[in-house]
Design a protein around this ligand. Structure first.
Ligand SMILES: Cc1ncc(COP(=O)(O)O)c(C=O)c1O
Length: 434
């Protein structure tokens, strides 16, 4: 690891959590240069929903390269982009009745968020945007203004403007309806909050600690937006593309956001690509007004097309995700139950679909220790939440059932080891077990 420590910036993050040099990867398994295998419950922070080097996508990618398919295309019309638009039209727009138009911004998630904010301001002529506590939307300055976490905000170096934060669902306890709370600020001309251009919301806060908005909360938020002519942006960058079971994470809530951002698993192959989906009437861009050199990552279009056509043609993929999600839920509940009864450690299962984990709100340091213990045992998973208090399981959606169980066995063993150690320490410190 010497060269990384010597000349790569101090900003590096994940290589500190997983201190080894990786070489190859297939499906849900990563391999390092010592030939050690690791099960992947991280999936590139939600970028590899179909696993590493998915063979169905790989075949198309290799074929395209072999044929000298155009790789870089700005926003020129290409065969690869046409195929992607057709696949999206057939499997998502038509099949799911979401008649959005597509915009290809720069290739990363934050590029899509920046474009969404800009468009919402352009459409409404207003500047303020409502974001939510614990929300994460990227770290370029516009997106960062919508991101709640102080650790990231501290890096800005300038004032982060034109955003107002409001409590997410459940933030003020189970009895306070935070959409009603927001409504009060919107309808009161003396609340000090300017009428916003948009709200930007995640249905499950991936980085913010796997907090889930209830379907009812999302429906009420949509209703409030309609009443006041506020655009609703759903940032589906982390939990879209099937992570919660359906292609969009908001399908089951029955809402139709005005703008949707997608990235991460959209190409399905770890290739950078993002899109902005918008209602046709909001597509008021002038030609070339919002641009970017890497809008046309045609190789990503090829793998995205293969993923849409293979996984999203019918409903069998959703059923397979649901089966895995239920196993994940049951096993996590079981681990939490044991922690409570055997170790008197309070914890809670959080999240939805294949984005679930365990929150250690009272003992946040445990989450980090458990992830470290899991890595030592050959399982890669990360924490999320303001204090890194939530263990987040983001296995590929295509993970074999045996691998899912094996990864969960490692997690269980890591929890038992860390919690057992804590119990012994507490016992020694107080002379008695608490
Ligand atoms: C919900 C959400 N929005 C935006 C982003 C930013 O994406 P990127 O890191 O590709 O800029 C992320 C990244 O984790 C995210 O989870």
């Amino acid at each position: 690891m010497d060269i990384f420590e010597r000349i790569e910036s101090e900003v590096r993050g994940y290589c500190r959590s997983f201190p080894t040099v990786f070489t190859t990867a297939k499906g849900a398994v990563l391999r390092d240069e010592n030939d050690r295998e690791y099960l992947d419950f991280f999936a590139g922070a939600g970028t590899l929903n179909y696993g590493h080097n998915n063979p169905i996508l790989k075949e198309q990618v290799l074929e395209y390269i072999k044929e000298d398919g155009l790789l870089h295309g700005l926003d020129m019309a290409t065969e690869a982009k046409r195929s992607l638009l057709e696949a999206f039209d057939r499997n998502i727009r038509w099949a799911r009745k979401y008649e959005y138009k597509l915009q290809f911004p720069g290739p990363t998630g934050t590029n899509a968020v920046e474009a969404a904010l800009k468009l919402a301001r352009k459409v409404t002529g207003r500047s303020n945007i409502i974001s939510f506590t614990n929300g994460f939307h990227g770290v370029s300055l516009g997106s960062l203004a919508m991101t709640a976490n102080q650790h990231f905000r501290d890096g800005a170096g300038v004032d982060l403007a034109n955003s107002s934060f409001m409590p997410y669902d459940g933030y003020l306890g189970p009895d306070l309806d935070t959409v009603e709370y927001l409504r009060r600020f919107i309808e009161d001309k003396s609340s000090g909050i300017d009428l916003p251009a948009a709200v930007i919301v995640e249905t499950v806060q991936g980085e913010g600690g796997l907090n889930c908005a209830s379907f009812e909360w999302l429906q009420c938020l949509e209703k409030l937006c309609r009443e006041y002519d506020i655009l609703m942006i759903v940032d589906d960058i982390q939990v879209g593309c099937g992570r919660t079971g359906t292609f969009f994470s908001f399908e089951e809530a029955g809402i139709k956001p005005d703008i949707v951002t997608l990235s991460k698993s959209l190409s399905g192959y770890g290739l950078p690509m993002s899109v902005l989906l918008m209602r046709a009437e909001h597509d008021i861009w002038k030609p070339g007004e919002h641009n970017g050199t890497f809008r046309g990552n045609n190789l990503a279009f090829v793998s995205a097309t293969a993923a849409l056509n293979h996984y999203w043609r019918g409903t069998s993929f959703t059923r397979s995700i649901q089966e895995r999600s239920q196993i994940l839920r049951n096993r996590l509940e079981d681990m939490c139950g044991r922690l409570l009864t055997d170790d008197e450690t309070s914890c809670e299962v959080r999240g939805r679909g294949m984005a679930q984990g365990i929150a250690f709100t009272e003992t946040p340091e445990l989450a980090q220790k458990i992830c470290k213990a899991a890595f030592e045992r050959g399982l890669i998973l990360e924490t999320s939440g303001a204090e890194g208090q939530v263990i987040k399981c983001l296995a590929p959606l295509t993970i074999e059932l045996g691998e899912l169980e094996a990864g969960l066995d490692i997690l269980k063993e890591s929890i038992e080891t860390v919690a057992g150690k804590r119990k012994r320490t507490l016992g020694t410190a107080s002379g008695t077990l608490v």
